[in-house]
Ligand binder design. Structure first.
Ligand code: MN
Length: 440
């Protein structure tokens, strides 16, 4: 686990004035990494760090001579159009660059004049997926989500007997993961309508989102060499917001016996900024397991996990329909949840994923699974909020929703907020459902 150091000092302020405003997602204590370029330009995408409402171009800062030693090597690795090389360098390199950035962007830094020209306003930027994601695995770490959805799909048997023994996951599709702002067409596949004797093919009628966190892997492991739980976090570069769009009717017909397929692989959306585990160090919580639940097997347990294996990240879901946009109505909050409710931790996901020798590689993405809290109104998907589509929600302007309508935009926001520590925000991830392609 990362000890607190000078970069976490909540008293620090930046010469980038917007970073010091209350409620800012990207104060000096955060320093998340992403890949950007000037919007509508032919520039190459390259690595940057968010500070206030600006982006520091890491390659430009390197060229301006802002870094030395390990921090310079790390900044140079960020000049590429993806962060895989930087992710592969490992925690000492990430930490060296974070410390150098904290000092360089701090109020009174002698580097201010040299770095000022290396800033681009976020409002003038566009982003790309921060890594070449080789493999993507989606987990299912919220016991509340698993129970709520299980009741709908299998009323007699909501939680499978393995759930409390291992972090359930499936191998997903990396090619359709897009950056915030992603739009995609309502997917078409087979569904079995209630009471029908045979399936039909057509557009999904039960389109949903899934409120998740994404976990980007750092160095990873050689094939055949598991990552022990106490080393797991050294292999995690950072976390992002992640929307695992889901077609529930397609899922219901196809998911047994091998799990989700076309119900999930048409689109998934990541936020531009990746928040490092080091930035989240002040927002750690004890990881607990109810005393009357099975306790983790030894390879999924450790004193460090028990002490601070959980992370306090507040999560929010907003919807804005096409009609709301036309009427100038602001996005409407559908629910709030928190990653601290997860039944399985990030370190347990990594330890379990590799216990059989499976090799994780730099830039691989793990999805946390839908993060639903204990209360129904804390659900991270419409299928739970509307109880399987039986209890419609009313939106500002009077529309109702059970599942998503064409033109709906879903936004997730996230932030770690702990008394005595600086707020660490995740920014947002936005995506919009377009009508199905016609003709089929
Ligand atoms: Mn999912």
């Amino acid at each position: 686990m990362t000890p607190l150091n000078e970069t976490h000092n909540p008293q620090l302020t930046s010469w980038v004035a917007s970073a010091n405003l209350p409620g800012c997602d990207f104060p000096l204590q955060n320093l998340p990494f992403g890949v950007f370029r000037r919007a509508d330009s032919a520039q190459a995408f390259r690595g940057g760090v968010a500070i206030g409402d600006q982006i520091l171009d890491l390659g430009a800062a390197f060229a301006a001579g802002a870094f030395s030693g390990a921090a310079a090597l790390a900044a140079h690795a960020c000049c590429a159009p993806t962060l895989n090389t930087f992710m592969a360098l490992g925690a000492p390199a990430w930490s060296a660059l974070r410390l150098a950035l904290s000092r360089a962007l701090r109020e009174g830094s002698p580097l201010q004049a040299a770095l000022q020209p290396c800033l681009l306003p976020q409002a003038q930027a566009e982003y790309a997926v921060p890594a070449q994601i080789g493999d993507y695995t989606d987990f299912y770490t919220s016991v509340h989500h698993a129970t709520n959805v299980g009741k709908l799909f299998r009323p007699d048997n909501p939680l499978m007997p393995n759930y409390k023994w291992l972090p359930i996951g499936y191998h997903g599709r990396a090619s359709s993961i897009g950056i915030s702002g992603q739009t995609f067409h309502r997917p078409v596949s087979q569904t079995l309508k209630p009471g029908a004797a045979a399936p039909t093919v057509g557009p999904s009628q039960r389109m949903d989102y899934e409120l998740e966190l994404g976990v980007y892997m750092g160095p990873g492991n050689a094939l055949g060499e598991p990552i022990a739980i106490d080393h797991a976090e050294q292999h995690v570069f950072g976390l992002c917001l992640f929307n695992d769009w889901s077609a529930r009717d397609i899922q219901g017909w196809e998911y047994q016996p091998l799990g989700p397929f076309l119900s999930k692989n048409f689109a998934s959306t990541v936020s531009p900024w990746v928040v490092t585990l080091e930035a989240l160090a002040p927002h750690r919580l004890a990881w607990t397991r109810p005393a009357d639940d099975p306790q983790p097997l030894p390879y999924l347990d450790s004193p460090a996990l028990r002490q601070e294996g959980a992370i306090d990240i507040e999560l929010e879901v907003f919807i804005q329909s096409a009609a709301m946009r036309a009427q100038g109505l602001a996005p409407h909050r559908l629910s709030r949840s928190n990653f601290k409710h997860a039944y399985w931790s990030v370190s347990q996901m990594v330890a379990h994923h590799t216990v059989n020798g499976c090799n994780l590689q730099p830039g691989d993405l793990l999805g946390s699974g839908t993060q639903s809290g204990p209360a129904l109104e804390e659900a991270g998907a419409l299928i739970e909020l509307t109880v399987g589509g039986t209890q419609p929600l009313t939106l500002p302007g009077g529309e109702t929703r059970t599942f998503l309508a064409d033109g709906d935009t879903i936004t997730f926001r996230g932030a770690s907020v702990t008394p005595g520590a600086a707020r660490v925000g995740f920014g947002e991830v936005v995506g919009t459902l377009l009508p199905a392609r016609t003709p089929l």
